[in-house]
Design a protein around this ligand. Sequence first.
Ligand code: NDP
Ligand code: GDR
Length: 378
Amino acid sequence: MKVALITGVTGQDGAYLAEFLLKKGYFVHGLKRRSSLFNTERIDHLYQDQHEHAVRFKLHFGDLTDSTNLIRIIQETQPDEIYNLAAMSHVQVSFEMPEYTANADGIGTLRLLEAVRILGLEKKTKIYQASTSELYGLVQAVPQSETTPFYPRSPYAVAKLYGYWIMVNYREAYGMFATNGILFNHESPLRGETFVTRKITRAAAKIALGLQNCLYLGNLSAQRDWGHAKDYVEAMWLILQQEKAEDYVIATGVTTTVREFVKMSFAELGIDVEFSGKDEHEKGVIIDVDTDKVIALGLNDANLKLGTTIVRVDPRYFRPTEVDLLLGDPSKAKKQLGWEPKYDLAMLVEDMVQADLLLMRKDEYLKKGGFNTLNSFE
Ligand code: NDP
Ligand code: GDR
């Protein structure tokens, strides 16, 4: 039985990848951080009590900032494949926590590679590094491929740049099977709530149900190449099944603005919106711009009126340095890995909006039933 170790198993990709590998018959070990509240919501359905079952899924407490812990876990688990998905993954937050981000996302990758080397597993263990389209940053050329130069635009991207190159270096220096998947944005109903797509689909569902009035966003003109996380975890696995360790761009080859994603999300709920046309991207100025207005109603007409402003821009969400345009060229992955995404953007939006609608219907039900979900210790 093949053995995999996934760092970041409690995150969006970790959850989909764990499920994918379990279905393929792997024994899956996951690294999870200690937290004061349960943080395994995304993988609870995969977990079985080891007192009652012969399990193939085990969790280990650990952290990418702790070398000795990583060495011990790798020694105990002797993985054939390591998927390094753990990271402080929020670009805007990395401006607030640059040192921690460098430590976890940059040096953390080095710690894993060194742990494998110290344990003499260089020839046994294949390693996948979660590299990112954020490496391209300031646009040099589009579409972005494996040969496009990098120009990172955030502490997150700079840390990931270190992670990328240390993988290449260990591959060349020690002959390790060390690979980078340069993945463009990928989303799902499991996406963290503060990334823009999930923020939009959650808010759209709430607004449609009358549970929220307005959605505040930053730069609506940013363009992203959005795919579905389910498709992207398959690519991670394919990358490690190759004869030779190489780096691959994983993307859809289609780019879309945040503004368009807003419109598609509301349209999924039967709500047509139009953009006011005002210039909302004015850095450093407090503006309250009417952007997307309801022009036609759908789902529940009682909750919305024609002409209501449902999206406003808040400069708080503008980034000190922005990545304006990402558009990937996945030709190499399609040709060499035989990778083909099953979801397009419309299917992704539908999946996310419908999942959030279901979630928000629970809140609506509680509200109608007279329950107050706010807690107090007094
Ligand atoms: P998430 O933010 O959903 O998950 C990140 C995971 O890393 C979580 O399990 C988190 O734990 C864990 N983690 C954070 N810091 C540490 C640490 N110091 N030690 C151990 N674990 C830690 O990210 P995604 O699933 O979306 O992304 C997976 C990886 O792919 C990340 O490395 C990300 O940077 C990269 N990536 C993501 C893309 C995307 O569009 N989703 C695109 C390209 C790259 P906890 O649950 O406790 O917070
Ligand atoms: P990104 O994703 O920075 O591309 O990083 P995010 O969804 O955070 O931002 C995408 C774009 O939307 C703009 N935006 C907003 N973003 C957020 N989060 N919140 C807002 O309110 C908002 N309004 C507009 C942003 O400015 C940006 O241009 C993600 C992460 O998963 C990384 O870990 C990964 O490496 C890259 O994708 C590829």
